[in-house]
Design a binder for this molecule. Structure first.
Ligand code: NAP
Length: 282
């Protein structure tokens, strides 16, 4: 039976470190501040925004939610980002997705000054990640790396399979794993469509799934003794579940993340950690 790889205690430790760092910065006259930009109101991001605010308040990081009108133009939104870029009281900026149809969200994210890109998702940040010299690492991918660290397993030469190749999770994670010399296979929609997903999952010593489809990975595919990190969050009835069939996978894996309570708590912890790092550099 697998050991549970819980994110909460690791996130608490990181938040304690952030709190100490924020206090130390304040004693030097620097107040770390995170600004979250949202356009219109979005139900889907409300939970994430509340949790950002709570973690910032608890760690001594100033937090501002800047809600702009749903009808804002690309040029006006770009001007807001430029204003925040040049505001020296702002340490970190995050742009909440999704955006309304008239906005090119990627182009807006690309305007965030690299030194304030605490989500690590603009082209400069991702380019630095390719060079294995990240300024800021995308928060969820960084959270997965923290979870892997706590298992004590060496990544060097390990067969790691990442399912999902999004810009915020799968791709940056594959780069972080490569930097540790893991042997990384990235699976995506075409892998599934060709019916090849089971064969890749079955040989994974470390399996990370970030897709957003409940039950996509069957528990019986999981290799005996594997480490399973389930990033997916899916609502099924009144329950939240991941992408991996937990009950069966738990019998085979050495370590497995619960959903919720696995990767989730680490994402916001990484965001505030990046914010104090940004504040220190400004
Ligand atoms: P996303 O942008 O929708 O990416 C999903 C990825 O899965 C895409 O690369 C997609 O490939 C791939 N995919 C879709 N169907 C597949 C299949 N049948 N077989 C293999 N790959 C398939 O999602 P995301 O933002 O990365 O998030 C993924 C999941 O993680 C979601 O459930 C999200 O809620 C969760 N999440 C959790 C946290 C957290 O803090 N715990 C943070 C971020 C995300 P194509 O693009 O080729 O279709």
């Amino acid at each position: 039976m697998a050991k549970l790889l819980e994110g909460k205690p690791i996130a608490e430790k990181i938040k304690e470190e952030v709190k100490l760092k924020a206090a130390e910065l304040k004693s030097r006259g620097i107040t770390p501040k995170l600004v979250a930009v949202q356009v219109g109101e979005n139900q889907a991001s409300a939970v994430y925004l509340r949790s950002q605010q709570k973690v910032c308040v608890n760690t001594g990081v100033d937090y501002q939610l800047l809600t702009l009108p749903e009808s804002i133009s690309q040029a006006d939104l770009a001007a807001e980002i430029n204003r925040l870029n040049s505001d020296s009281s702002v340490s970190g900026i995050i742009v909440q997705m999704p955006m309304p149809a008239q906005i090119d969200g990627r182009a807006i994210q690309a305007l965030i000054a690299p030194a304030k890109d605490v989500e690590g998702i603009n082209p400069t940040s991702l380019g630095l990640l390719v060079l294995a010299k990240p300024l800021f690492t995308p928060c969820t991918a960084a959270g997965v790396m923290e979870l892997l660290k706590t298992t004590g397993e060496k990544l060097y030469g390990k067969e790691v399979v990442v399912v999902g190749h999004s810009e915020i999770v799968g791709k940056p994670l594959a780069l972080l794993l490569l930097a540790e010399f893991a042997t990384v296979t990235v699976c995506h929609i075409a892998t599934g469509q060709r019916g090849n997903l089971p064969e890749h999952v079955k040989r994974a010593e470390i399996l990370v799934v970030a897709v957003g489809k409940a039950g996509l990975v069957k528990g019986e595919w999981v290799k005996e003794g594997a480490i399973v990190i389930d990033v997916g969050i899916n609502r099924v009835g009144d329950k939240l579940v991941g992408d991996v069939e937990f009950d069966e996978a738990e019998k085979r894996a050495a370590w497995i993340t619960p959903v919720p309570g696995g990767v989730g708590p680490l994402t916001v912890a990484m965001l505030v950690r990046n914010t104090v790092v940004a504040a220190e550099k400004t």
